[in-house]
Design a protein around this ligand. Structure first.
Ligand SMILES: Nc1ncnc2c1ncn2[C@@H]1O[C@H](COP(=O)(O)OP(=O)(O)OP(=O)(O)O)[C@@H](O)[C@H]1O
Ligand SMILES: [Mg+2]
Length: 377
């Protein structure tokens, strides 16, 4: 009778483990996987067949070093602890990272000898994304305070200095030396004002302007026109493919964000030319758009520039992240792009196969419910 009951209990437990939404794995005492539940398969993308017999090393990411894993085992094998619980970042089969809260406990035969280990993970991906967003908002809020103060404390005197410099410039016509130096002063004042304006734009609360249907093609053409001369001089081919859809947005914001992206591409190509000065290399900035399966309009801007090292990918949209020399970049361009995209309910992400391999920025924009292209044609 007791055997029947315990058999039933085991079946119920097995069902629970199979149906559990958190990834669970069992290993033998040598650490080889003997069981993984369906949630584990879903989370990490390996099939049972691929996983069983391997060790959980399969999931290791470079977020933790060898020492970290050694410590885990030292803690589990230490009779005073006997288990390990903590956060770590695993790597799924397709390479994406999965932050988890993992508990590893040994299981024993009759409470005596260790038979193997059980790992239960709680997927923290959603929580981590939310934490990042809150951190980002906090950072923007403090930049907002800073920018507000700067705009007032520095912006006003700068305006006065600019006005006086212009006045003097008008008085010295014919004096090349004075003209040249006053123009430099004016240029630098404009740079400082530009920086303050960028800070204000990155941090301000978005205006609630209703989005309207506008031509992506027109915005892209405007930006191409603005940058065409510079690209021609730098021998960069600007290629447009199929950029003709209508999206929901605001013209000014769309132009501003595209301009930032294209200018960054120009800089990245210049950098690449410095790193790899072989002649006759074809450099390009390619802009493509298409309607995606979800009905949104996808826009990609791809370049043949210096690429982005993987460790920088996660930092690009953070305010003040720049790899440019002091005085050449403020690191506010992409923070502003992220903000503008957010304001028009879009999405932006970046891809790069690494240093020297170019970069691609992917946008998703909302489209009018009834595409205007159908109404207007
Ligand atoms: N197309 C690209 N290819 C390679 N790296 C890029 C590309 N676009 C951006 N980056 C990297 O992202 C960093 C941040 O870009 P962002 O536009 O925010 O600032 P910035 O260009 O350095 O300065 P600025 O505030 O003047 O725009 C750059 O310094 C560069 O390292
Ligand atoms: Mg920039």
């Amino acid at each position: 009778m007791e055997t029947v009951v315990s058999g039933l209990v085991s079946q119920v437990f097995l069902r629970c483990v199979e149906d559990c939404l958190e990834p669970i794995m069992l290993t033998d005492r040598h650490g080889r996987l003997t069981y993984v539940n369906p949630a584990w398969v879903m989370t990490y993308g390996y099939t049972k067949e691929e996983a069983l017999g391997k060790t959980p090393r399969l999931l290791r990411s470079t977020h933790q070093d060898e020492e970290f894993y050694k410590n885990i085992w030292a803690t589990i094998l230490n009779p005073e602890h006997g288990f390990w619980k903590g956060e770590l970042t695993n790597r799924a089969k397709d390479g994406h990272l999965v932050p988890v809260l993992l508990t590893i406990t040994p299981y024993r035969e009759n409470g005596e000898e260790v038979q193997g280990y059980m790992g239960i993970a709680v997927d923290l991906s959603a929580q981590k994304t939310m934490e990042q967003q809150i951190l980002h908002q906090d950072r923007l809020a403090s930049i907002g305070l800073l920018a507000g103060g700067l705009a007032h404390e520095i912006g006003n005197p700068l305006g006065v200095i600019r006005g006086r410099a212009e006045l003097v410039l008008n008085q010295v016509s014919g004096n090349d030396f004075a003209e040249k130096n006053l123009s430099i002063i004016l240029g630098q004042i404009d740079r400082m004002s530009g920086l303050i304006q960028s800070l204000l734009r990155v941090s301000r609360v978005p205006d609630q302007v209703p989005l309207r249907s506008l031509s992506l093609g027109r915005a892209v053409n405007d930006v191409v026109e603005l940058t065409a001369e510079e690209c021609r001089r730098k021998e960069i081919a600007l290629r447009l493919h199929n950029v003709e859809h209508n999206i929901l947005g605001e013209e000014g914001k769309l132009q501003q964000l595209l301009l930032n992206i294209v200018i960054n591409s120009v800089h990245a190509i210049e950098e690449q030319k410095k790193n790899d000065p072989r002649p006759n290399q074809v450099h390009f900035i390619e802009i493509n758009s298409k309607i995606l399966e979800n009905g949104a309009c996808g826009l990609t801007v791809r370049d043949s520039g210096c690429g982005i090292p993987s460790e920088n990918i996660g930092k690009l949209f953070k305010p003040f992240f720049t790899t440019k020399e002091v005085g050449k970049g403020t690191g506010l361009g992409l923070a502003m792009v992220a903000k503008l995209v957010d304001e028009i309910d879009g999405k932006v992400s970046v891809q790069s196969h690494g240093v020297g391999q170019g970069a691609q920025f992917n946008f998703e924009f909302k489209t009018p419910e009834k595409p205007i292209s159908c109404e207007n044609r």
